[in-house]
Design a protein around this ligand. Structure first.
Ligand code: COA
Length: 451
């Protein structure tokens, strides 16, 4: 006989926890908001002294567990840092799990057996199936890994399809909740976003399959794709802008080799319109992140295009997208998976996007100054996300550097051309001083230097 899950309240869960328990939470919109907002009470009200907690792209930034008060009680680890974990990192009780997203759960779960997996989910249907709703980056695998699964079932969460369906008999405890499915604000596009979007859109052929990463620029690209035909979606993150592309007819999915006509993703995170679109919609398949993001799988679609943002690119083409110097900022997510996957695809292309500059506080003067994001070398201590062997196109508001197959010298020249004009000559001089360039190359760039 199939076992029946027990309906409990969040306090029942807090009481159940034991010192040293390891918890893994659902990611992004699947984060179990009620539990995360109350978890500190396991210490305050139920006398617990220690817990370990793993998440990915957390959104419940206001949870007390991230504050200094609980730094000696909870050890946090994450596949993708968010602002709250960046702060907790400063308190000494948070650490990053380096990963390529398609290996995230397979590798971590080989090492760690979790006591609890806790996630948001949709309501059970009449057959007793619950949909893991917005994410299967690692959630279904976490049910197998964890000793106990607790789902915060919620009528506001979309019921999706793909590989997200679980029967209630596989679940230990259900907590009924009704908070809204968390949304990601739509970021208004600026002139730089639009310039970058246009440069990339010009290079995307009708019939291509697209992946868009996280951040403002990938969304700007989507805006510029509205006039295309028969695009397809094979992406880690299903975004709000993809819904607009489907609705305007630019995306049909007809030309895809994998699941033609279906929109394939590992998770969905965006606005309410996105959640309304994916709800009960069999054209959207939320599949296991280990499969969706496998570069071999991605490469099976022709003309696969990967578009992701970065924080720094060095003159030799190394891409830092997850840290600024020694400061862990976010995570690699699926950047490498999709950039490599796109290059495995016949006619595929990867684009790494970044503004040419950032405003950064000078640690000595405290004044915010303009800094080039094209740099002679990655800021010391910084993690290289995409290696120089895997980089393809790099895009700023000044143009595209096509780096595939280039020498170090050729790529340094192409990258300086798309750097902010204020920094081009300085970058050239630094390129010479570190030996990537030589004075013989100066004539190739002088017309690009600021007069
Ligand atoms: N040096 C110092 N600070 C920098 C910087 C640099 N080189 N580049 C950016 N910053 C600062 C910005 O000024 C900004 O600061 P603010 O918040 O005070 O304004 C902040 O860092 C964020 O930069 P921004 O360019 O606005 O980030 P974004 O929201 O567009 O995200 C990434 C960009 C790279 C962080 C994000 O895309 C990411 O994490 N990528 C890796 C994962 C990935 O690509 N996944 C793909 C599959 S989903």
């Amino acid at each position: 006989m199939k076992k029946k899950p027990k309906y409990i309240k969040v306090d029942d869960l807090l009481k159940m926890l034991k010192d040293g328990d390891k918890i893994v939470g659902g990611m992004a919109a699947n984060e179990p908001q009620l539990t995360i907002s109350q978890l500190h009470r396991a210490f305050d009200d139920y006398g617990l002294n220690s817990l370990e907690f793993t998440n990915c792209l957390g959104i419940r930034q206001d949870s007390p567990i991230y504050t200094e008060k609980y730094k000696d009680k909870i050890e946090i680890s994450s596949w993708f840092y968010d602002p709250a974990i960046r702060k907790a990192h400063g308190n000494g009780n948070a650490s990053f799990i380096p990963n390529y997203l398609h290996y995230a759960h397979t590798k971590r779960f080989q090492r760690v057996k979790y006591d609890y997996f806790i996630s948001a989910a949709s309501m059970p249907d009449e057959h007793g199936f619950i949909s893991l709703s917005t994410s299967n980056v690692y959630e279904k695998a976490a049910i197998k890994n964890a000793k106990v699964t607790v789902l915060e079932i919620n009528p506001n969460f979309p019921r999706t399809f793909g590989d997200v369906e679980v029967h209630i008999s596989e679940i230990d405890y259900l907590i009924e909740t009704d908070y809204p499915c968390p949304t990601l604000p739509d970021i208004p596009l600026n002139e730089k976003d639009i310039a970058i979007g246009k440069l990339i859109a010009e290079r995307i052929e009708d019939g291509s399959s697209i992946q868009l990463g996280i951040g403002g620029i990938p969304n700007a690209v989507a805006e510029q794709l509205k006039g295309k035909k028969d695009l397809g979606i094979h992406t880690e993150m299903f975004t709000s802008s993809m819904v607009d592309l489907i609705e305007c007819g630019a995306v049909t999915g007809k030309k895809k080799k994998l699941y033609p006509g279906k929109h394939v993703a590992a998770f969905a995170f965006g606005n309410q319109k996105l959640y309304d679109f994916i709800n009960n919609n069999p054209s959207v398949l939320i599949l296991d992140g280990a499969w969706v993001n496998d570069p071999y799988v991605i490469g099976q679609n022709d003309n696969q295009v990967s578009i992701n943002a970065a924080l720094e690119v060095s003159l030799d083409g190394q891409v830092a997208s997850e840290s600024i110097g020694t400061r862990q900022f976010s995570g690699a997510g699926g950047q490498v998976d999709t950039a490599v996957g796109a290059q495995n695809s016949k006619g595929g292309k990867s684009f790494i996007t970044l503004y040419s500059t950032a405003m950064v506080r000078n640690p000595e003067t405290g004044v915010r100054e303009l800094k080039s994001k094209i740099v002679p070398y990655i800021t010391p201590g910084g993690a290289v996300t995409l290696s120089r062997a895997d980089v393809d196109n790099v895009v700023t508001e000044y143009g595209i550097a096509e780096l595939r197959g280039t020498t170090l010298k050729e790529r340094a020249i192409e990258l300086i051309k798309i750097a902010h004009p204020d920094f081009r000559e300085e970058l050239f001089n630094e390129g010479v001083s570190i030996g990537i360039l030589s004075e013989r190359d100066r004539p190739k760039l002088t017309k690009h230097f600021k007069k």
